[in-house]
Structure formats: structure tokens, C-alpha cells
Design a binder for this molecule. Structure first.
Ligand code: SF4
Length: 335
């Protein structure tokens, strides 16, 4: 299918899978905020325009007061959660993260904390000298509600060595999610494609997350997006970003192949609102969050913006009923 030119046929098949899993004609969106607690990172991933190395004058650790203020603004906009991520800081031990989570939960008990991708959790364990399971359990105790699927890029060690040499391996990424699921923590799975991988490597990625979902059932959603090349060193080698056709085809194939995932997200942040809207007929049943703040892909050239009303409009105009959801894709207590 990845080599086929029958884009519409593949889209229709994906649409049929979506309809089977979501018969109510509802497409969901969320209101949350991305907060980056630090941009200091030791990994130097070649696709990343966000991080600053240790010692950079542009490096920061976000003060707690400013994080609280961002959460207050999110709540005022009807937000239900925050997605908090950062670079892999070499000195911040687990007590920093526990204090961060606890102090947020104390002030905003209603806010869902979806934080720290697999590489960050592995880094916290390593810097703190703790086993992985104990690290996740302590973060959960401190208020962590779920873990985002970032840091997967393409789950193939040949690709990872090329684009993210220092970051966790395929096995480590999968292990973090397996251990988290075993502790009752739900997570998402992502894929950043179009970074020079082969179609086989892209397909192997889908197979690995499908297999882990079969084993644990702990993923709430699959979220594919495309590599954004601006301001990145990888962009010097990968001269062209994936097109809308390639995006829609990969989205549709993800929906067809990952039929053990309830939700597949269409991305407007990297694709823009119009392609995201078309993605709703290529298997997507969710459009992600309005973006109150986003610093990671915008640093790499994706500057799309959308309000709640705009997201509702593109969903309605594609023939669906828009519904706000929370981080765990629940809609019953909203709207
Ligand atoms: S992608 Fe994450 S781990 Fe890699 S350099 Fe950027 S912030 Fe660091």
C-alpha cells in the first residue's frame, strides 16, 4: 500500500476502519497546552531545532511561577490538561520532577498531567540512579497521569543512529512504554516520518507499536506526523519534506494496519488545517489540541495556529460532529 498510487482507495479503506471503530460520526479535539520546562538537552538530535546545549545563553529552566501562570491561562480557555516536555537535562534528578508534578497538582488538581516522553523518563532514571519501574512509579505518585509518545521518531536503530545517535534505542523506547503500561499508566505512540527512512523501516515501526499494543493494550492513540526540516541540521540532507499525499497515505495505512488502536490523530500542527481536515477521510478520528503554545515544531518551521472554533469548523465542514475530549480521549463529561 505504501508503494501504491491508489490514494483514494486506501483512504476509503481507512475511512471504513474509522467508521467501524467510531460509528457515532464524532471527531474529537482537545484543549491543552504544551509547556516546555527546559530546552537544555544533551542529545543533539539532528532533526531538532528546539534544544540548546548545556551552557548556551539561550538555555532555560522554566520557573514554577511561569508554569503555574500558563496552566491558569489554559484553564481559562477551557483546557483540561497540559503536555509538559523538555530536553534531556543532565543534572535534574527525580526530586525536581516530583516537586514539579506535585506543586502543579496541589494548585490545579483537575488538570491532567501528560508529561515526559520515553527518552526523558529513561534520562530521569539514569540521572537519578533508579530502576525504570521505580522511576515511573514515583512520577505517578507525584501526579503524572499519562505519558506522551514522543521520542519514537522511526523505531529502527539504523535510522536512530543517523538522526538521533545519542537518544534511546528502539528497544528502550518500547521498554519504557511496556513498563508504564504494566504499572497501569496509559501512553500514546507517535511516528515522525519523512526523515530519510525506507518504506520498510516505516512499516517496521508500525509493526512494533502494533505488537506492543497487542501485548499490553496501553496505548490510547497513534499520532503520525512528518519531519519539519527548517533550522535543523538533518534538513541539510533531507531536502524535501513529505508531501500532503505521502502524509495522507501514511495516515490511512496507519489506520488500516493499527486496528488495535482506538484513536488515530490527524495533525494540523505539521500539515496545516486543510490537510488535517482531509485526514478525517483518511482514517483520522481526532485533530489533537488547539495550540495555546508550541515551541518544538514551530522552531523547525511549522507555524500553523488554530482556535477551538476553527477546529470545530473544519470538523463540521468535513461532515462530522466536533466534540471536546480530555487527554485520555474521554468525551462523556464534556460538551
Ligand atoms: S528531540 Fe528531544 S532529545 Fe533530541 S535534541 Fe531535541 S529536545 Fe533533545
Amino acid at each position: 500500500m505504501l508503494r501504491s498510487d491508489d490514494l483514494l482507495g486506501i483512504g476509503m479503506e481507512a475511512d471504513a476502519v474509522r467508521k467501524r471503530l467510531h460509528p457515532g460520526n464524532v471527531v474529537t479535539y482537545q484543549i491543552d497546552r504544551n509547556i516546555n520546562y527546559t530546552n537544555i538537552c544533551t542529545e543533539y538530535c539532528s532533526f531538532c531545532a528546539f534544544y540548546r546545549p548545556v551552557g548556551s545563553p539561550e538555555g532555560y529552566i522554566q520557573p514554577l511561577e511561569s508554569i503555574f501562570q500558563k496552566i491558569e491561562e489554559t484553564i481559562e480557555l477551557g483546557g483540561t490538561g497540559v503536555l509538559m516536555q523538555g530536553g534531556l537535562h543532565p543534572d535534574l534528578k527525580i526530586d525536581y520532577y516530583e516537586e514539579l508534578l506535585r506543586s502543579i497538582k496541589q494548585r490545579f488538581p483537575q488538570i491532567h498531567l501528560h508529561c515526559f516522553s520515553a527518552p526523558e523518563v529513561l534520562n530521569i532514571a539514569e540521572v537519578s540512579g533508579l530502576p525504570l519501574g521505580a522511576t515511573i512509579a514515583r512520577l505517578m505518585d507525584a501526579g503524572l497521569d499519562s505519558i506522551p509518545g514522543g521520542g519514537a521518531e522511526i523505531l529502527d536503530d539504523e535510522v536512530r543512529r543517523r538522526i538521533a545517535r545519542l537518544k534511546c534505542t528502539t528497544e528502550e523506547w518500547l521498554l519504557m512504554h511496556r513498563v508504564a503500561h504494566g504499572l497501569g499508566m496509559q501512553t500514546t505512540a507517535t511516528m515522525m516520518f519523512g526523515c530519510g527512512e525506507t518504506l520498510e523501516q516505516r512499516m517496521n515501526h508500525l509493526e512494533l507499536v502494533r505488537n506492543l499494543q497487542e501485548e499490553t493494550g496501553g496505548f490510547t492513540a497513534f499520532i503520525p506526523w512528518t519531519f519539519q526540516r527548517e533550522n535543523t541540521s538533518l534538513g541539510r540532507f533531507v531536502k524535501e519534506e513529505a508531501t500532503a499525499v505521502e502524509y495522507l497515505q501514511t495516515l490511512a495505512i496507519s489506520r488500516i494496519y493499527l486496528d488495535n488502536f482506538e484513536n488515530v490523530q490527524a495533525s494540523w500542527v505539521t500539515q496545516g488545517l486543510k490537510t488535517c481536515q482531509m485526514g478525517l477521510r483518511f482514517g483520522g478520528n481526532d485533530v489533537g489540541s488547539i495550540m495555546i503554545e508550541e515551541n518544538v515544531v514551530s522552531a523547525a518551521g511549522a507555524h500553523h495556529r488554530a482556535s477551538e472554533e476553527e477546529l470545530r469548523r473544519i470538523i463540521r465542514d468535513a461532515g462530522f460532529v466536533p466534540k471536546q475530549r480530555d487527554t485520555l480521549y474521554r468525551t462523556y463529561f464534556l460538551n
